[in-house]
Design a protein around this ligand. Sequence first.
Ligand SMILES: Nc1ncnc2c1ncn2[C@@H]1O[C@H](COP(=O)(O)OP(=O)(O)OP(=O)(O)O)[C@@H](O)[C@H]1O
Ligand SMILES: [Mg+2]
Length: 388
Amino acid sequence: MRHQITNTKPMQVMIVDDNKDNVELMQQILEDEFGLITAYSGYECIEKATTEQPDLILLDVNMPEMDGYETMQRLQQDKVTQNIPVIFASAYYTEPSMIVRGLEQGAFDYLTKPVNEDILLAKVHVVKRIKQAEDEIRQQKNELQLTNDKLKSVDKLKSIFLASMSHELRTPLNSIIGFTGLMLMQIAGTINDGQKEQLNRVKRNADHLLELINDVLDISKIEAGKVDLSITEFDIATLVNEIAQSIEPEASAKGIKLEVKMPDKSIMIKNDSRRIRQILMNFMSNALKFTMHGSIHIELIIENSQNIIIAIKDTGIGIHPNDMEILFEPFQQVSSQLTKNYKGTGLGLYLCKKLSSLVGGDIQATSVLGKSSKFTLIVPVEIKAGGT
Ligand SMILES: Nc1ncnc2c1ncn2[C@@H]1O[C@H](COP(=O)(O)OP(=O)(O)OP(=O)(O)O)[C@@H](O)[C@H]1O
Ligand SMILES: [Mg+2]
C-alpha cells in the first residue's frame, strides 16, 4: 500500500554564493518549483540553515572568509544541520581533486559554474525524490510504531486476562482433584471397581488439565512481565541428580536406561532453582514420552567460569530437520503422524524457552530423525536479581 504524503509544503532550497549574480541566476531557475532561502557567505549559510532547516543547500566553494569546505564541515558538526544534503558548486576550471575533496567530505553531489539550468534542475529533482522517499519511510515507520505499541498493549492485556483466568480455574480444579482423591481413598464410603475406574479417569484428566492450566498461567505471567525470580545459591549437581531420580521409576518401567554424567563435586550457582527444575523436568518428560527403547543420557558440564550446560539426550523418535525451527513455538506438536499417539499440548518447549531467557540462559536442540534428540540448557552461574 502506498502512503500519501500529507506534507504539501514545497521543498526548501538554500542558495549560498558570495556573487549576487550567481544567486539570482539559480533563483530564477528554481523559484517556480521550490521555496528559496539565500545566503551570501558561509556564516550566513550556517545561521540560516540552523534556523530555517532547508531541505537542500547549494553551496559555493570559493567564498572569502569561510570557503564552502569549511562551511560544510561546520554544518556537519551541528546535529541540527548535519543531515541536510549539500550540493556544492565550483567553477569550470576547478581541479577534479577539488570535486573529490567535496564529495569525500560528505557532499551529496556537485555542480560546475556557470550553472547549466537543466543539470541544476535534474540534480535538485534527485534530492527531491530522495526526500519524498525518506518522508514516506518516516511516515510508515511512525505508523508501524503506533501499531506496534497498540499490539503490545493488547498482547499484554491478553496475557493479564489469561493469567487471572487460569489462576481462577485452578481453584475449582484443585477441589475436583482433591475430592476425587478422597473418594478413591474411600474415606466417605466404599466404591465398587467400576466406579473406581471411572474416578481414576476423572483424576487423570483433571491432573492433565491442571498441568495445562499451570503452563498457560506461567506463560501468561512471563509475557505480562509478572514473574519475579527467586534467586538463591544452590547446588545444581544435586538438583540434576534429584530430577534424574524422580524419573527413574517411569524410565525403568519403560525399559529405558538412565545415564547421569557429571563432575564429582557440588556446583554452587546463584539462580532460580525452581525455574531451572521446571525447564529440566519438561526436557525429561519429553525424553521419556518420545523414547520407546534405548537410553536417556543426562550430562552436566561446566562450560566456563560463567556458564553451566545441562544436556539431555535420548534415543527416541527424533525430530525432522524441517521441524526444528517451530519446536519452540506455542501449540506445536511437530510431525503429527509421529506425535499423534503422544499426549501433550505443545506448550512445554515454548514455556522452556521463555523460562530459559528469564533465568539468563538459552536452549538449544539437535536431533537425528528416528534416532535421537538432544536438548541443552545453558544457564549462567550467577544471575543478577531483577534482570535477565
Ligand atoms: N525428546 C524429544 N524427542 C522427539 N520429539 C520431541 C522431543 N521433545 C519435543 N519433541 C517434539 O516437540 C514437540 C513440542 O514439545 P513440547 O514439549 O512443547 O510439547 P508436548 O510435549 O507435545 O506437549 P506438552 O509439553 O505441552 O505436554 C513435541 O510434540 C514433539 O513433537
Ligand atoms: Mg512436553
